[in-house]
Structures are given as structure tokens and as C-alpha cells.
Design a protein around this ligand. Structure first.
Ligand code: DQA
Length: 144
């Protein structure tokens, strides 16, 4: 099994970015932990981070021929991007949405996710563990 792990805008700044909200781990730290878990589960990962909506849409399209599922933190695009939602719908791959912070406890504009209703599920609020929980959930969803 192979999964695309997608990180949306500003997540390249993790470690420096609002550490009280997002923690001190960098994106490389998170990707390394995901690689370790993937090795344990026996699956492989492709990583993608972009600050551009179009690049994320293209990466989702690319996953159709290469991947069995998508683990995505769309970051701010969660709340705004019909294009990313439509791309996920178009490829139809199982997808799990994750967030470091609990978006439902934050500003009201973060309470809406345009992608959650086409995802298998959403995991948020557990810091970098949200990604690890999300990968396990995606793997089990496809395996079962
Ligand atoms: C985020 C939450 C979003 O609201 C925010 O725009 C982000 C990160 C999270 O992982 O907690 O950039 O997706």
C-alpha cells in the first residue's frame, strides 16, 4: 500500500510557527515519525507540501495512478478550498483529514471544513500525533 501525505500552506513553518498552537516539531520531524510508522505497518509514503492551491490539486490528481489513499492536512485551505475538495472527490481515493490543533475549539472560521464531509474521517487536536493516528486509521480503513 502506498499513501500520499499532503501538507497545506504554512506547514513548512512548523517548529517556528505559533509553537503554542502547533507545537515545536518541524515538518521533517513529523514526516520522519510517519516514515517510522509506515515501516511498522508495511506501507510506503509519498510526501507533498505546498503553499499553492493549484499544486495541491495537481498532487491529488497524481495520486490517482500512484496511491491507495491520501492523508491530508489542508491547513487554511480546509476552510476555503472548493478546488481541493473537488479534486479529492474527483480521484475518489479514501482520504483522512488531520489537523494539529483542534479546529473546533478555535476561531469560528476554522469550524467549517470543506473537505471533512468527503473524507473517511477527521482527526484533530492531538498535535503531531494527529498525523500518526490518521495514518493508522487510513491504513486500517483500506485493509479491512
Ligand atoms: C491546521 C488548522 C488550520 O485552521 C490552520 O489554518 C493551519 C493548520 C492545523 O493543523 O491545526 O494552517 O490545519
Amino acid at each position: 500500500m502506498k499513501f500520499l501525505v499532503m501538507h497545506g500552506p504554512n506547514l513548512n513553518m512548523l517548529g517556528k510557527r505559533e509553537p503554542t498552537v502547533y507545537g515545536t516539531r518541524t515538518l521533517d520531524d513529523i514526516n520522519r515519525s510517519l516514515e517510522e510508522l509506515a515501516a511498522e505497518l508495511g506501507c510506503s509514503l509519498l510526501f507533498c507540501q505546498s503553499n499553492s492551491e493549484g499544486d495541491l490539486v495537481n498532487a491529488i490528481h497524481g495520486a490517482l495512478t500512484e496511491c491507495d489513499g491520501i492523508l491530508i492536512n489542508p491547513a487554511a485551505y480546509t476552510h476555503t478550498s472548493i478546488a481541493i475538495r473537488d479534486a479529492l472527490s474527483a480521484v475518489g481515493l479514501p482520504c483522512v483529514e488531520v489537523h494539529l490543533s483542534n479546529i473546533h475549539r478555535r476561531e469560528s472560521f476554522r469550524h467549517v471544513s470543506l473537505t471533512a464531509s468527503i473524507a473517511v474521517g477527521q482527526i484533530c487536536g492531538f498535535g503531531s500525533d494527529s498525523y500518526l493516528l490518521g495514518l493508522r486509521a487510513l491504513f486500517n480503513h483500506i485493509k479491512n
